[in-house]
Design a protein around this ligand. Structure first.
Ligand SMILES: Cc1ncc(COP(=O)(O)O)c(C=O)c1O
Length: 443
């Protein structure tokens, strides 16, 4: 595909100005606007966004209710943060999060700027509250891009980042690529290893993604989350569920941990919560989140504009029944992906299509029997999908992460499913060159 001059010129300026440490690029994407589930590329091409900006645009771009809330809060702005002055937006948002998140009455809400800081603050608060240091986490996990949250993230550590010295990594139960060799023993094995770690003592908390996303859309078998709850209860250890990517309706229930009716001690939120603005939250016991006072200070945390956006997002999720819609749309999209993959005869490269609601993974393999990850094909498919008008990224090196906005229309879900299957066929057919994908490191 020929890249228009306006697009290539912006990309060239980006390469000379914006730091590489914050780039995770898959194809030459540069956008100038967005509406609902669509992005408008520099140059005017309309793209269907099947990532929703890694779910941060999870109710669509420019939702009128969110735009209205942001405009009202910013045109008459009560300060720029919440650390030294209270304002109604942050209190209302905290109250709303307490209402929709299960747990005891005696809880508080931390409001932050990103999923990373919510997890980081919570992990440190657990250490402080318990006087214990160790943190149990999982291989293939993702909890943040800097600091302690990064140091307990399996994907970063497995890619060479320095692990936090207090982190202990346990295999995450993956029924498709079982670390034990058998899908029916993964939960038991992970829980047995957890028990050993907890018995060794000095554990402040266990942090877990309810569905592992960056690790490759891994949906743990039933019994895992409830097993974590039981083990944490047995040893008096705090259970943190990281719902930053898949929470607030995306899996077809309000919280992904609801699929096992588990009640975590602490829940972290982010991405979709901000309606496209930087906003995160952690909900947990007062005994953990109330002290020490002034130990987690980000100047713009509790910002009135982002808090107003967060409230509007939660209202939209409720008023537009996005939780149940996500369940129905997700099932339709999953079926549609399977049927297009089969119609185009590319099943030999697609090891698995799995999902829960609008969190779907298409696992690309080199060999159906060995399930070996096809990293090269993933790069080419993502590139080809962009050429054909769909934005989709991959995780775990080879799994297409399909997480469209919860508001995506059925007709667009069908169009996107067809394009993704066609991109797989075209990529296998050699329609994406080595030169085209060479500049993109991917994930
Ligand atoms: C499960 C999970 N937790 C935390 C984070 C970090 O969120 P943020 O990038 O907003 O800091 C991410 C980001 O991808 C995530 O997927």
């Amino acid at each position: 595909m020929d890249i228009p001059e306006k697009l290539s010129s912006l990309l060239a300026r980006d390469s000379q100005s914006v730091a590489g440490v914050e780039k995770l690029r898959f194809f030459p994407l540069a956008v100038e606007s967005g509406h609902g589930s669509h992005l408008i590329e520099v140059g005017g091409r309309k793209l269907l966004d099947f990532s929703s900006s890694w779910t941060a645009g999870g109710i669509g771009y420019g939702h009128p209710h969110v735009v209205d809330a942001i405009s009202r809060a910013s045109s008459n702005q009560p300060g720029a943060g919440g650390i030294s002055a209270v304002h109604p937006y942050m209190v209302e948002l905290a109250e709303k999060l307490l209402e929709i998140t299960p747990g005891d009455a005696d809880r508080r809400v931390y409001l932050g700027n990103s999923g990373t800081d919510a997890n980081d603050v919570v992990l440190r608060s657990c250490q402080y509250a318990t006087g214990r240091n160790r943190i149990i986490t999982f291989s293939g996990s993702y909890h943040g891009g800097v600091g302690l949250a990064m140091g307990v993230s399996g994907v970063h550590v497995e890619a060479g980042a320095v692990a936090s010295p207090v982190a202990a990594f346990i295999p995450f139960p993956d029924p498709y690529r079982p670390h034990t060799g058998h899908a029916d023993t993964v939960v038991q094995d992970s829980l047995a290893r957890l028990d050993t770690e907890l018995a060794a003592g000095d554990v402040a908390c266990v942090i877990v993604e309810t569905i592992q996303s960056d690790g490759g859309i891994v949906i743990p078998p039933d019994g895992f989350l409830s097993g974590l709850r039981t083990a944490c209860n047995k040893y008096g250890v705090i259970l943190i569920c990281d719902e930053v990517k898949v929470g607030l309706g995306r899996t077809g229930l309000m919280h992904a941990f609801d699929h096992e009716s588990v009640v975590p001690d602490v829940v972290t939120f982010g991405k979709v919560l901000g309606g496209g603005l930087p906003l995160s939250a952690a909900v947990g016991p007062t005994s953990i989140l109330d002290g020490p006072v002034a130990s987690a200070l980000l100047t713009t945390a509790g910002n009135p504009v982002t808090a107003a956006a967060g409230l509007a997002v939660l209202q939209v999720i409720e008023s537009e029944s996005l939780v149940s819609k996500s369940q129905v749309s997700g099932q339709t999209l999953l079926n549609s992906l399977k049927s297009h993959v089969s119609r185009l005869g590319v099943e030999a490269s697609v090891g698995d299509i799995r999902g829960r609601g609008l969190t779907i993974g298409v696992d690309l393999v080199s060999d159906l029997a060995t399930k070996s990850r096809n990293f090269d094909l993933a790069k080419r498919v993502a590139y080809r999908a962009w050429e054909l008008g769909v934005v989709v990224y991959y995780v775990g090196g080879n799994v297409l992460e399909i997480t469209p906005a919860l508001t995506t229309q059925p007709v667009d879900l069908e169009v996107g499913a067809e394009i993704i299957a066609r991109s797989i066929a075209d990529a296998i057919d050699g329609q994406v060159t080595d030169e085209q994908i060479a500049p993109f490191v991917g994930w």
